[in-house]
Design a protein around this ligand. Structure first.
Ligand code: FAD
Length: 311
């Protein structure tokens, strides 16, 4: 994951301080630069940030200073903005992460188009010999009911065989990558009698569980959108693991916004007009079933699950 040299660079960055008139957040300063491990070789670390809860309030009020209102009034305004989807004040705060992640997770992540991204160049540099191998509690079979989901855990021989295939294929393709490159760490040819293939071509043979890295910068509004999709139970476990680590940084950075986000997004559900009509009938004492509801079986099931009732 993080090498000794890399940790020394992180420690040096954490030891340096600078005076500023800009808002800083002690809880996030405490996390700054430090890598939070994710999956087997990955991490997320906060590199920089701009703004805090007060900056969101300031932007909403277009005020000249930090203001004299009470914390509870600011929290109330943030809750109002979140509830009514007044999103632009949340765009005034930004955060920058350094992420190390498997390529197949990066392919899902990059679909979020509102961030600024700079990825490690495998045309310029050689990728690390690191692959994601799921831990046994995440080695699941294909779900029967959900084509995008996982079913029961694989165990015993079936699990051992899959782990062996994942490991050996990744190692074999990496060994072939290294062979085609024909490069020692200092750039000299390993075998002087042979010419190495260009890095930009040799990488195409690698498996999707090979780790890549990027710097990823996003404003708070779009970050919350990313987190609402990728912390959700429907998201694949591997990207959810990163989203959960980032959620902890948001809690430290903007606690009032985080609380409102938890209340009005993460913990909230949306009912269609049809569902709301059904709910009103149920509250009036009517015994509504799926057939009488006018909802499809799937919508009915989702509504009952949201209400914590049997379908
Ligand atoms: C559980 C899950 C399963 C998924 N399955 C698949 C799949 O099978 N196949 C697949 O291809 N994708 C899949 N996706 C990806 C998904 O369709 C979105 O591409 C991804 O979640 C990014 O969402 P977004 O566009 O809202 O986010 P962002 O790109 O971050 O955009 C944020 C918001 O900005 C606006 N926006 C950004 N760019 C534009 C634009 N060019 N035009 C108009 N509005 C814009 C939109 O309002 C958008 O919601 C899946 C995602 C999830 C969470």
């Amino acid at each position: 994951m993080i090498t000794r040299d890399q940790q020394a660079e992180i420690d040096a960055a954490r030891a340096a301080t600078a005076q500023t008139r800009r808002a800083t957040v002690p809880a996030l300063e405490a996390m700054l630069f430090q890598a939070t491990p994710v999956l087997d070789h990955g991490f997320v670390r906060v590199i920089d940030y701009m703004g805090d809860d007060a900056a969101i309030v300031q932007a909403a009020r277009v005020s000249y200073g930090r203001g004299t209102r009470k914390v509870s009034e600011d929290a109330g305004l943030i809750r109002y903005l979140m509830r009514h989807r007044h999103s632009t004040p949340f765009e005034m705060a930004e955060i920058k992460y350094h992420v190390k992640l498997p390529i197949f997770v990066a392919r899902q992540w990059i679909r979020h188009r509102t961030a600024n991204v700079n990825e490690y160049s495998a045309r310029y540099s050689i990728l690390d010999r690191e692959f994601y191998i799921p831990s046994p509690e995440h080695l699941a079979a294909q779900s029967d009911s959900n084509r995008q989901g996982r079913g029961d855990l694989l165990t015993g021989d079936a699990a051992a065989e899959v782990l062996d295939i994942l490991r050996s294929d990744a190692m074999r393709t990496y060994d072939n990558y290294a062979h085609m490159l024909n490069e020692a760490p200092d750039g000299a040819p390993l075998d002087p009698a042979r010419q190495g293939l260009a890095r930009e071509l040799a990488r195409m043979n690698l498996t999707l569980n090979t780790y890549t890295q990027w710097y990823w910068k996003c404003d708070l509004h779009n970050l919350l959108h990313f987190l609402s999709l990728r912390t959700d139970a429907h998201a694949q476990y591997e990207i959810r693991a990163y989203a959960d680590a980032m959620l902890a940084t948001v809690e430290a950075w903007v606690p009032q916004t985080f609380a409102a986000f938890k209340d009005f997004r993460l913990g909230a559900v949306t009912f269609s007009a049809g569902m709301l009509a059904v709910l009103k009938r149920m509250l009036a004492g009517e015994a509504v079933d799926q057939k009488a509801s006018g909802l499809s079986k799937r919508e009915w099931g989702e509504m009952m699950a949201a209400l914590g009732r049997e379908g």
